[in-house]
Design a protein around this ligand. Sequence first.
Ligand code: ADE
Ligand code: ZN
Length: 323
Amino acid sequence: MDRRAFIQRLPKAELHLHLEGSLEPAMMLDLAGRNGVELPYADIAEVRAAYEFSSLQDFLDLYYAGMGALRTAADFFTLADACFRRVGADNVTHLECFVDPQAHLGRGVRFADLMQGLNQAVHEAAGRGLEVSLILCFLRHLSEREAFKALEQAEPHHRDFIGVGLDSSELGHPPRKFRNVFAAARSLGFRLTAHAGEEGPAEYVWEALDVLGVERIDHGNRALEDDALVARLRRDQVPLTLCPLSNLKLRVVPDLRAHPLKRMLDLGLLATVNSDDPAYFGGYVNENLGAVAAALELSEAELSAVAANSFKAAFRGPDGPLR
Ligand code: ADE
Ligand code: ZN
């Protein structure tokens, strides 16, 4: 069967998508105009021209600037509704979606407005057959004290989140910096995940597992540099949420033929494919699967295994919590 049709027909879970990374240039300009927010772009072509990244930080600078267009509950609904419709079109039946509340609270957005927009979109997605769980990410370039503040401010909305994560600038911000806030989140019943080993060393993956106690690793590419870590990830079947097009755009890999997905599958790791920031990196999950399958010459059996892994790696199944 044609590869694209095969991928489309596979039911999938998407586990690594930043809501704010789904903000398309047209919507960004539209919302900025509506809210009187000044952005350094005259039109869509200028936004797209700016999307040439040489590192994670390079991307993050634009990502935080772009989300400045989002201000009201209606804006967050508009963003999330478009995102969830697009995710569902790829035959994704379950989405665990990262949100960066600190990036909005710092600009004067009220937590209640953020959640009003998101909850409405989550509710409507469920009616279309897409189950969405939200994950609150702490921004690792800020302090642990700031992360605690975000967890406190989220208090009226804790039940709207299935878990917490850790994202933003990785190098120089090791997981151990957030050990106390992850312990607090765990005792509140949140599921735990963290970005590690995207640009940071294998050591950060160890720390995410052993100091933060996460159940899943977001990215984890550099884990392959450490044989003992690979053995641990295989033994415990720790899910890795890989993002091939992101890795290409942020120069984590020079070429998709060098992407670690196939090596990880061959090593018996529980690897999944996801889209990270689809508006910035050029595709949702089917485009990520299609591009990496072409580059690595993945078989239909391998693609089916990756899709099956996405459900094994999910925090929630169709009938509620999995673990
Ligand atoms: N926030 C949004 N996308 C991210 C990524 N790829 N790594 C770290 N933080 C992020
Ligand atoms: Zn990410």
